[in-house]
Design a protein around this ligand. Structure first.
Ligand code: 3AM
Length: 171
């Protein structure tokens, strides 16, 4: 099954991100991510054998992460595959440290596809027709986080569907 590790936004922030998704879609076209699915990916694990899932769930469920806040203040795009996102202009040291810690832990499970570069972002649009964000309203959102989530991504007729399998304990 296809799994990834992510931070899930608190409800108010998720709604605010969803509203930005609407505004972005009106300008850029493409497919808006459902509000309930909005997240910050820390590690994409790809296809994971079912036999590994209980241990991964337990690992996530047993270890608290360092709580912190992430300041979102910019729009961004990835040309391929035509994604519009929001995130932070400056690299966020605490998120980078969390990303490292997560991949260090994953190595024990044999996951070694740690990406060379980590650009923390929340994808709002996929397959955007115009990667033009200069006239979109300013982003000024604060994301307090305290839990890591293990998420299962499955495909149905509407696209990817996300189910949270485990969350880390709150410190
Ligand atoms: O956080 P976002 O939405 O940017 O694009 C996928 C999504 O990222 C990404 O993992 C997140 C949860 O599905 N993803 C999908 N396939 C991937 C791959 N082969 C991938 N990331 C890296 N490599």
């Amino acid at each position: 099954m296809r799994l990834f590790l992510a931070l899930e936004p608190p409800a108010e922030l998720r709604d605010a991100l969803g509203r930005l998704g609407d505004i972005a879609q009106a300008r850029c076209g493409g497919r808006r991510m459902p509000t309930a699915s909005l997240h910050l990916t820390l590690a994409f694990l790809g296809e994971v054998d079912e036999t590994q899932v209980p241990a991964l769930r337990a690992w996530v469920a047993e270890r608290p992460i360092a709580a912190a806040t992430w300041q979102l203040d910019t729009w961004g795009t990835f040309q391929r595959p035509a994604i519009v996102w929001v995130g932070g202009q400056a690299p966020d040291a605490r998120l980078i440290a969390l990303h490292q810690a997560v991949w260090d832990g994953l190595a024990a499970f044999g996951f070694n596809d740690r990406p060379a570069r980590f650009v923390p972002h929340v994808t709002l649009l996929r397959r955007a027709q115009r990667l033009a964000t200069s006239e979109l309203p300013a982003v000024d959102l604060t994301w307090p986080y305290q839990q890591l989530s293990l998420v299962h991504s499955s495909l149905d007729h509407q696209g990817a569907r996300y189910t949270t399998l485990a969350r880390s304990p709150i410190a």
